[in-house]
Design a protein around this ligand. Sequence first.
Ligand code: HEM
Length: 400
Amino acid sequence: APEVPDILSPEFAADPYAAYSAYREKAPLLWHEPMQSYIVSRYEDVSRVFKDPVFTTANYDWQLEPVHGRTILQLSGREHAVRRALVAPAFRGSELESRFLPVIERNSAELVDAFRRDGRVDLVAQYSTHFPVRVIVDMLGLDRADHARFHRWYTSIIAFLGNLTQDPEVAAAGERTRVELAEYMIPIVRERRANPGDDLLSALCAAEIDGTAMSDEDIKSFVSLLLAAGGETTDKAISAVFANLLTHPGQLDAVREDRSLIPRAFAETLRFTPPVHMIMRQPSEDVEIAGGTIEAGRTVTALIGAANRDPDRYANPDAFDIFRDDLSADTAFSAAADHLAFALGRHFCVGALLAKTEVEVGVNQLLDAMPDVRLADGHTPTEQGLFTRGPAELPLVFTR
Ligand code: HEM
């Protein structure tokens, strides 16, 4: 077997990017016994895993089902297409602009106002972990007094999904959250069906295609998915944009002067330090890939973080460069994206434009509130996590 750092080793956790390069070069198709999964790392192979329908999401039946119930991520084929079409319209650009922009601006502004006179902030603990969850709660038209409760549920769902060591307490907390969220959501869904409003929840209740609509349970499961898929990712994305800019001061100055560069900074952050590093799939039949075979029913782990730094795809891939000309910010938030941070193909992130809007609003407000923002003395941003990854904390200082 080739000598590459083990994916579950401390060496890997400290610097996955060095390990990724060894994987791409020496072991483009690797079997990992403890994870019971193949691993692919080259850009070409990771994008194929997302695009080729032979790679199903059947693995999510046991990975996601216990905490979310059944969501569009588990579905495939026509059933997935119809179910996805029921939820997708609310996340289009026009809806985001007209209906949800005020919700996004307000939630960011409230969090910024809470620390703007302090001269210091931990951007993760005081801002990015709360912002996307609050946006989802408000988009759904739920009670703003329940922001803290949703943040607790969110925390226990993502702990469940990241529970690699199978800690029984974390597992039990996740399953409890599934019950609590159902007890909270189902009566509200019924009420909203009777008295629809101008909110995302009412839109989900009313959506119907060819006689297919979402059941109360489907809607509850979708809300659970939104908390994890839309919360943790955007949290890590916003703090990573700041971490990357603060460690590249020339580029931070450029963005501060010209705010139209924010989408480029976000797109390059998605390539360079993606919030989701790994996604698993399960082929429905034997497939030839990366010089070998993955047998039907085995799982394969596609390394987004490795593919995004493949030198066959990006020049100078280990440099953070918002001005690079091999990454387009015009397509970065659509299904035509070239970086793989939102996946590609059928399950391409539904919330990519929402994430873009949140990051644009958030970074703009943060730069306005902290004109001379810098890292707190002695702090070097460090990422944490395996399947998802981002700054664990980001202590900043600025002149009030
Ligand atoms: C799917 C990443 C923000 C909702 C995905 C997938 C990725 C991803 C990699 C594909 C998962 C797979 O194929 O197994 C991200 C990143 C985000 C982000 C990096 C932020 C920077 C959001 C937001 C929402 C959202 C804000 C909504 C509130 C979804 C949903 C899916 C999805 C519903 C499932 C789509 C399907 O199965 O067809 N996302 N996401 N995401 N994302 Fe996002």
